[in-house]
Design a protein around this ligand. Structure first.
Ligand SMILES: [Zn+2]
Length: 102
């Protein structure tokens, strides 16, 4: 089993990608590839990686807002849902997998 909290390495030269780089990828550019700083090899996030992103962000937020919220106030619940989304997205770079872009 791989150690969690290790960022993905370049499939070509084994250099670790920066957290920010992966995070940025998720924020805007799902279709662009991630380029290695060291050797320029291009990577994409694997399909399970995209799934991990959704399960860390959207799913917990929805579950919390629908079932777990102890607050009667819709806006408080929504606010916390957004916090869950944000925290989940911050963790995503640690869980995604790279594959070589073709
Ligand atoms: Zn590389």
């Amino acid at each position: 089993m791989e150690v969690i909290f290790v960022l993905r390495k370049c499939v070509n030269c084994n250099k670790q990608s920066s957290w920010y780089k992966i995070y940025k990828y998720f924020l805007w550019l799902h279709n662009k590839s991630i380029e290695c700083d060291n050797c320029g090899a291009e990577h994409k996030i694997s399909i399970p990686g995209r799934f991990a992103f959704v399960s860390l962000t959207v799913i917990p937020a929805i579950i919390f807002m629908n079932y777990l919220s102890p607050f009667g106030n819709f806006f408080v619940t929504l606010g916390i849902g957004i916090v869950i989304l944000t925290v989940g997205s911050l963790l995503t770079p640690y869980f995604v997998e790279f594959k070589e872009a073709v």
